[in-house]
Design a protein around this ligand. Structure first.
Ligand code: B12
Ligand code: SF4
Length: 440
């Protein structure tokens, strides 16, 4: 049996707005595929032949799927988040028109199973590891069911390291990420307005065992890749998250590579930085962590700071950046605009914050109500969703009616942030690759 995994392409910021390529003197960060396919490939038995196609590298050749052709398979398995849903639907429709069987899993299929089901033979809701054996068995017997959903969270002590090697084999000179995500945990008990994590990976915070994490890190080292720690849950005070994170730092210190080659960044909520004591910050540096990925405008403190210039919140936000600088950790900030609390002054406040705190590089994103999140339900109930063209749900386009400004003002403001922040910073283009890369 042969399974063809497909990671569908999506519109990136610079594709939505090509002028960014002129304004921003940086390399585009073309991140690796999300870990969905690598995780499912890892629980696929060796007798099943697996192939991976990254549609961003080369458009998937839907005309080469007839019997015996290069991309012929018994099952076409897609993984996608919202911006990639438009392309995923088109590819799956084309495959099914040729009599092929398709299945979808990942963030969008989990959050919007009904809409996904109209384009696929089967949909997997939530974590895929627990149902994948059944999917393969049903495929073999020609009895694929329309829906699969694990009855309980997957036991992470049984989690094999994801097959990131499949991604690396698929790289091209145009898409060669320096890093791939390394998951330390799954799920989150909080319910931030616009987040999909509790809805897709569950409400309990479950940690990946230390040995598995060590194996994942060793795999990445073998592949010549850094690890990106994408979860902002590692520093939580509950569920043993911090203890587990410190154990991971010990694993990192055992990694013999030069410290700069191990970790590209650690995701953390901005206000959480102020809760890290100096010993932990020094431990981070000593383990090779030299960049935080902070989101400004997602948590209540930075929302108040930029949204309406709350002086206490602004002071906290500034102290966050100062603390990073004090300890030698690069604070890379992703600024989110378009929250309900944002008035038209938000753009000026963000730009002057960048200047005052001497931020070196950052990225800007438009608030996006991702389907089936609390923010989505609120905006649907207020009749503020403008359209459901999913490829435009890429954080670069205004897809909802903002509360305190027009759609046009928000769209222009987002572009202005990119233009003004990067104006006069052409020296960035001279730096080495890692230091001149941003996501846009
Ligand atoms: C790595 C990552 C990326 C990577 C890969 C994207 C991707 N497709 O995941 C890159 C760097 C490319 C990326 C980019 C963006 N990202 Co991103 N990213 C992530 C991140 C941090 C981790 C994803 C991941 O690997 N998760 C771990 C895997 C194991 O989980 P999973 O995919 O859910 O897979 C499980 C199940 O869903 C299921 N499953 C998944 N696929 C399949 C397939 C089959 C066949 C089966 C059976 C099961 C199955 O089984 C898996 C294992 O249990 C998430 C946040 C998060 N924690 O999820 C955000 C996230 C996916 N990103 C998001 C967004 C918005 C973006 C951007 C559009 C904007 C931005 N500013 O971040 C950009 C676009 C880039 C650009 N500049 O234009 C949102 C998506 C929201 C949504 N509803 O779609 C998320 C959720 C963050 C958030 N804001 O909440 N991102
Ligand atoms: S944004 Fe972070 S803290 Fe909030 S619900 Fe999502 S994972 Fe949890």
């Amino acid at each position: 049996m042969r399974v063809q995994f497909i990671y569908p392409s999506f519109e990136r910021h610079a594709q939505s707005h090509p002028e960014l390529l002129q304004w921003v003197p940086c390399d585009e960060y073309l991140g690796g595929a999300g870990l969905g396919i690598a995780s499912i490939a890892a629980v696929t038995p060796p007798e099943v032949d697996v192939a991976f196609h990254d549609d961003r590298v080369n458009p998937f050749p839907v005309d080469q799927v007839s019997k015996g052709a290069a991309h012929d398979a018994d099952l076409y398995a897609f993984s996608f988040f919202t911006p990639a849903a438009t392309r995923a639907f088109a590819l799956s429709d084309a495959l099914r028109a040729q009599g092929k069987k398709t299945i979808a899993g990942g963030i969008f299929p989990t959050m919007m199973p009904e809409e996904t089901a109209a384009h696929f033979d089967a949909v997997v809701i939530g974590e895929g590891e627990g149902v994948w054996a059944e999917v393969l068995e049903d495929t073999k017997n020609g009895a694929l069911k329309p829906r699969y959903r694990a009855t309980e969270p997957f036991d992470l002590s049984k989690l094999p390291p994801p097959r990131v090697d499949l991604y690396v084999e698929n790289e091209s000179p145009h898409l060669k990420p320096d890093d791939y995500p390394l998951q330390l945990s799954r799920g989150c008990p909080l319910s931030c307005d616009a987040c999909v994590v509790p809805g897709t990976l569950g409400r309990g915070l479950r940690v990946v065992p230390r040995d598995t994490v060590a194996q994942e890190l060793a795999n990445l080292a073998r592949l010549g890749k850094r690890a990106a720690l994408t979860e902002d849950t590692s520093f939580f005070f509950f569920s043993g998250a911090r203890r587990h994170f410190r154990e991971f730092l010990a694993v990192l210190r055992d990694d013999p590579r030069p410290s700069h080659d191990k970790i590209s960044y650690v995701g953390i909520s901005a206000p959480m930085v102020l809760s890290l004591d100096p010993s932990l910050l020094r431990e981070l540096i000593g383990s090779g962590v030299d960049r935080f990925y902070l989101v400004g405008g997602f948590d209540p403190i930075t929302r108040a700071a930029f949204g309406w210039g709350d002086p206490k919140a602004l002071d906290k936000a500034e102290r966050t950046i100062a603390r990073c600088h004090e300890f030698g950790i690069d604070p890379y900030v992703s600024f989110l605009v378009g929250n309900d609390g944002d008035d038209e002054g938000v753009f000026d406040r963000m730009l002057s914050f960048c200047q005052r705190t001497k931020l070196d590089k950052c990225e800007f994103a438009v608030f996006t109500p991702y389907p089936n999140t609390p923010a989505w339900h609120r905006l649907v109930s207020e009749d503020r969703i403008l359209h459901r063209t999913w490829k435009k749900y890429n954080d670069a386009n205004v897809v909802f009616q903002p509360k305190q400004m027009s759609v046009e003002r928000l769209q222009e403001g987002y572009l202005r942030l990119w233009r003004e922040f990067y104006s006069g910073r052409n020296e960035i283009a001279e730096r080495e690759h890692h230091a001149r890369t941003v996501q846009f």
